[in-house]
Design a protein around this ligand. Structure first.
Ligand SMILES: *Cc1c(COP(=O)(O)O)cnc(C)c1O
Length: 389
């Protein structure tokens, strides 16, 4: 019997080692990782800069709490602020959900009494804590956990009229992903994001952008919102920030961030030296190797190769956050067969596969992965129980 709570489906493989885009299981079998642990290991596995930073920091100082200063968090906050566009301040936490919790609390504190509602989109994903679960626009995920915290409202995705209709004086913030990741890799349109910015300006509502999945180069820019030429008030990040070391961050324009006073928000581990040393190494490597640009070029190659497969009806997404839409609703089965064939990806909906390889992925690895997927798709027959495995 497993002693893990049954929150995940049975795990078909145990990985013991990784190197770049490659993973190895217990029997030494090699896989190409085109999921990156859900858009986390953007520098690939066992990146030497991250490993060095972690071991150096582990031998130097692991933790003292936020009652005292430590160095790496100031460096990372400064770098994030510069990459986002400047003029803001950062709160560090440990996950994407916590980054969004911070954004929600900040919006409430900034909005003041009576102005506390957060509007998000149907199909969105913002996390699994009670508040971020309610922000997540997937009502089927809410049902078992009622009652959820109040103050959330959902509107149709990419529909400015729907958002305008939901904007009353109780709204403090609009929370949106530039590309809905877990919801199926659905990009926002630039007109929509610009319209949302305009609407938020008119109504004095915060525009909070959830960059937990899209941020840090994944879409071919440092941040997804940069494709749309808008400036958000709040930006949340996590997944790729530590290349696998848990860390999240919530950035806000200084005037908004200053709504928080000492004691308003806190977390024991947030911004601690080990996690921020990893993040400093991640950001330095991404900048030195111009990985957002690499993601744009690699994404184009991957997207073109996928489109050429006869069983692929279309490709959506930005940079290296892509979904290959299949001509049939067989994505789960295809993902399972790809795993057996040595390719890691996942079914993001019934008919779409998500591909999110490391930003360091080589052209040869892209071609190899698409070759594996193409073979799996062309050889696929109806599943006969017991026919494989
Ligand atoms: C993964 C994700 C989250 C939640 O992050 P956790 O670290 O799992 O809490 C929130 N928002 C988006 C857009 C995500 O993709």
């Amino acid at each position: 019997m497993s002693h893990l709570m049954p929150t995940y489906p049975p795990q078909p493989v145990t990985f013991v080692r990784g190197q770049g885009t490659e993973l190895f299981d217990e029997s030494g079998r090699r896989y190409l990782d085109f999921l990156s642990g859900l858009a986390v290991t953007s520098l690939g596995h066992a990146h030497p800069a991250v490993a060095e930073a972690l071991s150096e920091q582990a031998r130097t100082l692991l933790h003292v709490s936020n009652l005292y200063g430590t160095r790496p968090q100031h460096e990372v906050a400064g770098t994030l602020d510069r990459l986002i566009g400047g003029g803001g301040k950062v709160f560090f936490c440990n996950s994407g959900a916590e980054a969004n919790e911070c954004a929600i609390k900040l919006a409430r504190k900034w909005g003041g009494r009576g102005r506390h509602v957060v509007v998000s989109a149907y199909g969105s994903f913002h996390g699994r804590t009670l508040a971020t679960l309610h922000a997540t626009g997937q009502p089927q995920k809410h049902e078992a956990f009622q009652p959820l915290p109040e103050g959330f409202r959902h509107v149709a995705w990419n529909d400015l009229d729907a958002l305008e209709a939901a904007m009353d004086p109780s709204v403090a913030a609009v929370l949106l992903e530039p590309v809905q990741g877990e919801g199926g890799v659905n990009p926002a349109s630039a007109e929509y994001f610009r319209g949302v910015r305009r609407l938020c300006d008119e109504r004095q509502v915060l525009l909070a952008v959830d960059e937990v999945q899209t941020g840090l180069g994944r879409t071919g820019r440092w941040f997804g919102f940069q494709h749309f030429d808008v400036r958000p008030d709040v930006v949340t990040m996590a997944k790729a920030l530590g290349n696998g070391v848990p860390i999240g961050a919530c950035w806000a324009r200084a005037e908004v961030a200053d709504a928080f006073r000492p004691g308003d928000h806190a977390t024991t581990f947030g911004g601690q030296p080990l996690a921020t040393a990893a993040a400093a190494a991640v950001l330095a490597t991404m900048e030195a190797e111009r990985l957002p640009e690499r993601a744009a070029a690699a994404g184009e190659r991957l997207s073109k190769a996928l489109e050429a497969l006869p069983e692929v009806a279309g490709v959506r997404g930005l940079g290296l956050l892509l979904a290959a839409c299949l001509t049939e609703p067989v994505a789960k089965d295809v993902a399972a067969r790809c795993l057996q064939a040595g390719l890691v990806l996942n079914a993001v909906t019934d008919d779409a596969l998500r591909l999110a390889p490391p930003l360091t992925v080589s052209d040869a690895e892209i071609d190899e992965a698409v070759g594996v997927l193409g073979r799996v798709l062309s050889e696929r027959r109806p599943v006969t129980p017991g026919a494989h495995g």
